[in-house]
Every structure is written in structure tokens, then in C-alpha cells.
Design a protein around this ligand. Structure first.
Ligand SMILES: [Zn+2]
Length: 210
């Protein structure tokens, strides 16, 4: 794929996810694999509004995260995108900062992960054919040290070849897919599931109090 093909896709997903409240401010970042070996990504630039992305704000980076096409700095989390693309063999990696991923990652951080099971919407995840599926979403502690976080992601995801997403504590969701459309579906499904779980907790609590 060429940068010129990837850019309009990422712009469209940025607009949609911003409208849903999943990438407010300049939060979140998206990437698509342009070339597998050596790895090259199209990735959103740092500190840009994902609801109003322009083609010039989608950069091409090499396997070290250095910009090879376009002007500006790539996302601060470029190393994480490269790591996930490599470890999971994913061709697209999307990262959101939604309210529910922020709250639930905090609530479950001591468990180092969160189980979601029994929901029909789980079937929207690649390779899942039953609501009885048990989805373990690992939670990593937040840090600004991307080298450290990238190595933790490699270690954790290396042992979870079938997982569809990960949370960073009080920060947000990473998910991926075999192409941009599949990764975008995973954002929608996982955000739906996280919101369902989070809202259930508050409603169950309210019911107990009555
Ligand atoms: Zn982030």
C-alpha cells in the first residue's frame, strides 16, 4: 500500500472516532502497514486533531520510527504501533482514549487485565464465533517511557497470540487487525463492550442500593 492510499482511510476513521468521543483533543493515533519487510507504517503525526486530519498529517515511518516521507513528528507512541504490527502480524493498529477504556483500565489494573465474556458483540472480533468466548484484555501500567512500554507489550502479547486488544492504565485502548477495516471494527466492538461492562457496574451498584 502507498501512503497516498492509507492517508484518506486514516482521515476517515479519525473523523468517525472523534465524533464518537473516542479520540478527543489530539488524543489517539492510527497506523497502517505500508510494507512488511522492512516494516514501514503510515501513522498520524503527533499532537494533531484526529477529527480534522489533513493528508499532510499522515507520515511514513521506517522500522525505527524515523520519518521517511512527510514533514513533522510522528506520534509519540509510534514505537508501540511498530511493536504491535510486528508481534501480532497486524496490518493496522488503532489507539483510542475513550472514557470507558480509561475508567475500566483503572478499575482492573490490579488484576493486570479484564475478562469480557458472554456478550453477543464478542462475535465481531476476528476468529470469535460464540458469545461464550472468553476475551482477556491485558492492562499495562502507563508510562512516558515508550521503549519500556514497547518491550512490555512484546512480552505480554507474545504470550497472547489470539487477543484483540490491550489497555494502558488510565490512558486508553490499543487494538489491531489484518487491515484498517478490521482494526476499525475492533475499535467499535471493544469500545461497545467496554462501555457495556462499565455501565453494567454502575447500574448493578444502583440496583443493590435500592
Ligand atoms: Zn495514547
Amino acid at each position: 500500500m502507498q501512503l497516498s492510499e492509507a492517508a484518506p482511510m486514516l482521515i476517515r476513521y479519525g473523523t468517525e472516532f472523534h465524533r464518537r468521543g473516542w479520540v478527543l483533543g489530539t488524543s489517539g493515533n492510527f497506523s497502517v502497514v505500508l510494507e512488511r519487510s522492512p516494516l514501514r507504517l503510515a501513522i498520524t503525526a503527533s499532537s494533531v486533531d484526529k477529527g480534522r486530519l489533513a493528508a499532510a498529517q499522515i507520515l511514513e515511518v521506517d522500522h525505527n520510527g524515523a520519518v521517511v516521507r512527510g514533514a513533522g513528528n510522528p506520534s509519540a507512541e509510534t514505537l508501540l504501533h511498530l511493536q504491535i504490527a510486528q508481534t501480532m502480524g497486524a496490518d493496522a493498529v488503532f489507539h483510542t482514549h475513550s472514557v470507558w477504556s480509561t475508567i475500566l483500565s483503572d478499575l482492573h489494573s490490579a488484576d493486570t487485565g479484564l475478562v469480557i465474556e458472554g456478550y453477543e458483540m464478542l462475535k465481531g472480533l476476528e476468529g470469535v464465533s460464540s458469545h461464550e468466548h472468553h476475551e482477556w484484555i491485558p492492562i499495562l501500567e502507563n508510562t512516558q517511557d515508550m521503549v519500556q512500554l514497547s518491550s512490555e507489550i512484546k512480552q505480554i502479547l507474545g504470550g497472547l497470540p489470539h487477543t484483540h486488544g490491550l489497555l494502558i492504565n488510565r490512558h486508553g485502548l490499543y487494538t489491531w487487525g489484518r487491515n484498517a477495516e478490521a482494526a476499525a471494527h475492533h475499535v467499535e466492538i471493544l469500545e461497545f463492550l467496554l462501555e457495556s461492562v462499565g455501565r453494567s457496574y454502575t447500574l448493578q451498584q444502583a440496583r443493590r442500593e435500592h
